[in-house]
Design a protein around this ligand. Structure first.
Ligand code: NAP
Length: 277
């Protein structure tokens, strides 16, 4: 499986040809011969995105802070016959960002997609009661890191045709929870980053879009409300269930695919209800 990663063709067919192909013979392998780098992808939403993009034919570079988690995630997906490799990358650490870029290039020779999933919320409490350390950590990991990582990958992504970036924000930004203020500010900033980068990178044919999950059943959402999560929120819900990581993965796959080639600067809510006009 590892071998497959080293065999990515350096020269791909033109985007238009790939687009035609994806509508017929290769449907289901819409991302064949393309390379995806995904942060925060050893469990939860990121892991599900990694599995889906690999199932769709992409070579996927998995990453997160802990080596053990990376090893486990890579082993699980390789067992499924998927083409993945992995490296440790704490997105807030510059040296780890370099390592992630180097790993992608070493194993795949190119990068088509960057999916920034890693996000932190170290504190549940009032916005104005948050310390400077909390502000720095949240803004550093959730907002600065995706931009800095992308700036390192840009020279490689712009050489490809039809590259795409997906930032993971939160549907919560439309109805902020008072106790998640700093986190919420960071996720709102990602909408600004999406719009700004979409305009900046459109001339390079790189699209930038944003995924806005509602409450998705992962360890991250349990931290906030605990096992009674559903009782707290079901009154708001149209679709009477919590979200699943796979609900997010399909949207990311679509945003990477040629079918989304005319969509940029957009945000898509995956929440079982619509919080906006
Ligand atoms: P999760 O299940 O807790 O998974 C988090 C993943 O990110 C793990 O692979 C973790 O692995 C990694 N990670 C954490 N901090 C990292 C860092 N600094 N650098 C790199 N990797 C890091 O969380 P999730 O629910 O899938 O959430 C993923 C994203 O979705 C977050 O940005 C979150 O804000 C957003 N989101 C989630 C929900 C929800 O309801 N779940 C709703 C809205 C938005 P390691 O521990 O090995 O680093």
């Amino acid at each position: 499986m590892f071998k497959a990663l080293t065999q990515v063709p350096r020269v791909l067919p033109p985007f238009a040809a790939r687009r035609r192909a994806s509508s017929a013979a290769t449907r289901g392998r819409t991302l064949a011969d393309q390379v995806a780098v995904i942060t925060g992808s050893t469990k939860g939403i990121g892991f599900s995105i990694a599995r889906r993009l690999a199932q769709d034919g992409a070579h996927v570079v998995i990453s997160s802070r802990k080596q053990q988690n990376v090893d486990q995630a890579v082993a699980e997906l390789r067992k499924e016959g998927l083409s993945v490799t992995g490296t440790v990358c704490h997105v807030g650490k510059t040296e780890d960002q370099h390592k992630l870029v180097a790993t992608a290039l070493e194993h795949c020779g190119a990068v088509d997609f960057l999916v920034c999933v890693a996000g932190v919320n170290p504190m549940v409490g009032s916005t104005l009661g948050s310390s400077e350390q909390v502000w720095d950590k949240v803004l550093n990991v959730n907002v600065k890191a995706p931009a800095l990582l992308l700036s390192q990958l840009l020279p490689y992504m712009e050489k490809r045709e039809g590259s795409s970036v997906i930032l993971v924000s939160s549907a919560g930004v439309y109805s902020p929870h008072a106790m998640l203020g700093v986190y919420n500010v960071s996720k709102t900033a990602l909408l600004g980053l999406t719009k700004t980068l979409a305009a900046e990178l459109a001339p390079k044919n790189i699209r930038v879009n944003c995924l806005m999950p509602g409450v998705i059943e992962t360890d991250f959402s349990q931290l906030f409300e605990g096992p009674n999560l559903w009782n707290h929120i079901k009154v708001f819900y149209g679709v009477q269930r919590l979200g699943r990581p796979e609900d997010c993965a399909g949207i990311v796959s679509f945003l990477c695919s040629p079918d989304a080639s005319y969509i940029t600067g957009e945000s898509i809510v995956v929440a079982g209800f619509s919080p906006r006009l």
